[in-house]
Design a binder for this molecule. Structure first.
Ligand code: LAC
Ligand code: ZN
Length: 427
C-alpha cells in the first residue's frame, strides 16, 4: 500500500513505515535518520501522479495517518489550522458548517500535506489559485529535526525571504510540514455549469481563450477531447455528444452575468451543442464525472499502462500546445486522451501503452518529451500541478537552467545528507 502512488512509476517498498503522533515525534525520527543517513519519505494519501512519494531508496516512510486533526478554525479570519494528514474532502466537510471551504481541488481526495508538498491545484485554480496561494503559515521540521515556523497569519508580509513558498512545492525534499494555516473562502450560494461542444478542437480552444480574455471569472474552465468524452459517456453515463467540449462553472452570490456572456462567446465560436446544468445537483454530477476522469481512463484500459502529460503554458499559447500534442499522437502512432484545465493553460494527455511493450513505451516517452519541450519553448512548464517527482526530472534541467543549481544549493543547505525524499526533483 505504501510502495506506489497512482502513477505508472515502478513501485518500491520502504524498509519501515512510521506514523508519528506529534511534531516532536517527527523531529525525533528526523534527527535519528539524519545522524544515521537513512532516507525519509513523507506519505500523504498516495494519490500523486508522478511517483512523488515512492521510497525509491527504501528507508523510512513517514505516514501522517495519526496527524490528521483539524486543530483550530477561525471563521472570522477565514483561516483553519490543520495537521498534514487530513484529507481535502474531510476538511471541506468539517468547514461547511461555517459556510467556508478550502478551494484548491486536485480531484483526488489528497491529503493537505501532499497538496502542500506538490503545490497541487486543479479545477478551481482559475478563480482561487493553487495551493501556494491558499497557505499562510506552516510549521516545518527540517532534516536535522529542527522545528521552524514560516509565513504569518497576517494577510500581508514583507519580513524577509519567503520561506513559506520555498517549502510549498518542494515535494518533501527540504523539510516536513507538520501543521499549516490555510486560507479559506466563503462557500458560494449559487452555481451554474455549462458544457459546450464544438465541431473541432480549434473552435473549442478559441472559446477558452476568449472567455479568459473577456475577463469573465469562471470558477472552472476545462477542455475535453472527443475521445475523452466518449470514455466518460461509456463509463459514467455522461450525457454529451461526441465532440471536443469545454466545461465551465460560474459561482457567486447572486447573478449569472458571467455565464450569459460565456454562452454568447460559445455561440459566436460556433458551438454545436450547449447544455447548462443550473443548480447545485446538476453541477455536482457534472463535476464528479470530471473529477473521476483519470480513474475512468484507467478503467477503460484495465491491462494497459498510461503515461501522463501535465504541461502548462500561457493561455494564449494553449491552442498551439493542444495542436502540437495531437500531431505527436499521430506521428508516434499512439492512443492518447486529451483533457485539461484549459483556463490555466494546463494540458493533460494520458498515453496508453502495453506494460511489457518497451518500444511502445519509448514512443510515449519521446512524444511526451517533445510536448514538454514545446510547452517550455512557449514560456511554460514541464508540470503544472503534479510535481517533478520522478518523471519530470529530465525536463526541469532545460526549464530552469542555471536556476536549478541554485535549487541544488538550497537543497544542500537544508538537507546536507540528502535524507529527505531522495531521488525526486533532481536527477
Ligand atoms: C486531472 C488530474 C489528472 O486533472 O490532474 O484529472
Ligand atoms: Zn489536472
Amino acid at each position: 500500500l505504501h510502495s506506489r502512488d497512482q502513477s505508472f512509476h515502478e513501485p518500491h517498498a520502504p524498509e519501515v513505515i512510521v506514523s508519528p503522533n506529534s511534531t516532536e515525534e517527527v523531529s525525533g525520527v528526523l534527527r535519528y535518520a539524519n545522524e544515521q543517513h537513512i532516507p525519509v519519505t513523507p506519505w500523504g494519501a498516495g494519490s500523486s501522479l508522478e511517483g512523488n512519494p515512492i521510497a525509491v531508496n527504501g528507508g523510512i516512510m513517514m505516514n501522517f495517518v495519526n496527524m490528521a486533526a483539524i486543530v483550530d478554525t477561525r471563521p472570522d479570519d477565514f483561516q483553519v489550522d490543520v495537521q498534514p494528514g487530513v484529507t481535502r474532502l474531510e476538511l471541506n466537510k468539517a468547514l461547511s458548517r461555517y459556510g467556508l471551504f478550502f478551494p484548491p481541488d486536485p480531484g483526488a481526495n489528497a491529503s493537505i500535506g501532499g497538496m502542500i508538498a506538490n503545490n497541487a491545484s486543479g479545477i478551481k485554480t482559475i478563480k482561487y489559485g493553487a495551493t501556494k496561494d491558499n497557505v499562510m503559515r506552516m510549521e516545518v521540521v527540517t532534516a536535522n529535526g529542527e522545528i521552524i515556523h514560516v509565513g504569518t497569519l497576517a494577510r500581508k508580509d514583507s519580513s524577509g525571504y519567503d520561506l513559506l513558498h520555498l517549502f510549498i512545492g518542494s515535494e518533501g525534499t527540504l523539510g516536513i510540514v507538520t501543521q499549516a494555516t490555510l486560507k479559506l473562502a466563503p462557500l458560494p450560494a449559487k452555481f451554474s455549469a455549462v458544457m459546450a461542444a464544438f465541431e473541432d478542437v480549434p473552435s473549442a480552444i478559441r472559446t477558452v481563450v476568449d472567455v479568459v480574455g473577456a475577463g469573465l471569472e469562471p470558477s472552472a474552465l476545462e477542455f475535453m477531447g472527443m475521445e475523452t468524452i466518449r470514455v466518460l459517456k461509456r463509463d459514467k453515463g455522461l450525457e454529451a455528444i461526441d465532440a471536443p467540449t469545454i466545461l465551465m462553472e460560474f459561482n457567486g452570490s447572486n447573478d449569472d452575468a458571467g455565464l450569459n456572456e460565456a454562452l454568447e462567446i460559445c455561440k459566436a465560436n460556433g458551438s454545436i451543442n450547449i447544455q447548462t446544468a443550473p443548480g447545485q445537483e446538476a453541477r455536482n454530477k457534472l463535476w464528479s464525472i470530471r473529477h473521476g476522469t483519470y480513474e475512468s481512463l484507467l478503467r477503460e484500459h484495465p491491462n494497459k499502462s498510461q503515461l501522463h502529460l501535465d504541461a502548462a503554458v500561457p493561455v494564449s499559447k494553449y491552442p498551439e500546445l493542444v495542436a502540437f500534442t495531437q500531431s505527436m499522437l499521430v506521428e508516434y502512432e499512439l492512443l492518447g486522451y486529451i483533457y485539461g484545465h484549459a483556463g490555466d493553460g494546463n494540458l493533460h494527455c494520458n498515453m496508453i501503452y502495453e506494460p511489457d511493450n518497451h518500444e511502445q513505451f519509448q514512443r510515449c516517452k519521446t512524444a511526451n518529451a517533445r510536448i514538454v519541450e514545446k510547452a517550455i519553448s512557449l514560456g511554460g512548464t514541464a508540470t503544472g500541478e503534479h510535481g517533478v517527482g520522478i518523471g519530470k526530472r529530465h525536463y526541469i534541467v532545460e526549464q530552469h537552467g542555471a536556476a536549478l543549481d541554485v535549487m541544488r544549493q538550497i537543497k544542500m543547505t537544508l538537507d546536507p545528507n540528502g535524507i529527505l525524499n531522495p531521488g525526486k526533483i533532481f536527477l
